[in-house]
Design a protein around this ligand. Structure first.
Ligand code: IMP
Length: 179
């Protein structure tokens, strides 16, 4: 069923069931990759909150959880390229295995910035786990991006943590803009 958020119309793209199925597959891979490594999962707020919660419920290896906050969309439907560093990561990641948990990689600008920033803190490793990737939009190839739940078309989406004008984050599935 189509939905309206503020002035825009959206149609279903990925269901809640599909998301949960894919999260279990990714978690199984992470559990194998990080056995005996006690990784730190770092959620990138705000968009990661649902994905981070559901993913971490499926992680069975000992791990820590932390957050950082960046913003770049500032309410519209296209990236402004201006990154606000809203809230820095507060844990020491030196010699630790870090798994960044992102909602969506669009141009890759935000992730490129964050990976470079955290690399200076000398972690043992950094990998990125993203719920969504828009392969046709990427401008900054990121080799640390090793786990992607879904590749999606280069269109604006909301739901499951992602917003339009701060609305729609509470939807349990992903919806794409009807153009
Ligand atoms: P990038 O820096 O261009 O990769 O954009 C990354 C950030 O922009 C994400 O973390 C989201 O906050 C936001 N973003 C990118 N695409 C979308 C979208 O389709 N819907 C909602 N937010 C998006």
């Amino acid at each position: 069923m189509n939905i309206k958020i503020a002035d825009l119309e959206f149609e279903p793209l990925i269901s809640a069931e599909e998301i949960q199925t894919r999260i279990k597959q990714i978690a199984a891979q992470l559990n194998a990759d990080y056995e005996n490594k006690t990784p730190i999962f770092v959620g990138v707020l705000n968009g990661c909150f649902m994905f981070m919660g559901d993913l971490l419920k499926q992680i069975t290896v000992p791990c820590e959880v932390a957050f950082t906050k960046l913003s770049s969309y500032h309410g519209g439907t296209t990236s402004t390229r201006r990154i606000n560093d809203d809230f820095d990561l507060m844990v020491d990641i030196a010699n630790r295995h870090v798994v960044l948990v992102e909602d969506i990689v669009d141009t890759g600008n935000t992730l490129d910035y964050l990976v470079a920033k955290l690399s200076h803190r000398k972690p043992a490793s950094i990998t990125v786990c993203a719920l969504l990737l828009k392969p046709d939009a990427i401008e900054y190839p990121i080799e640390e991006l090793t786990h992607v739940a879904f590749n999606i078309p280069n269109e604006f989406v909301v739901g499951y943590g992602l917003d339009y004008m701060e609305l729609g984050r509470n939807l349990d599935g992903i919806y794409k803009r009807v153009v």
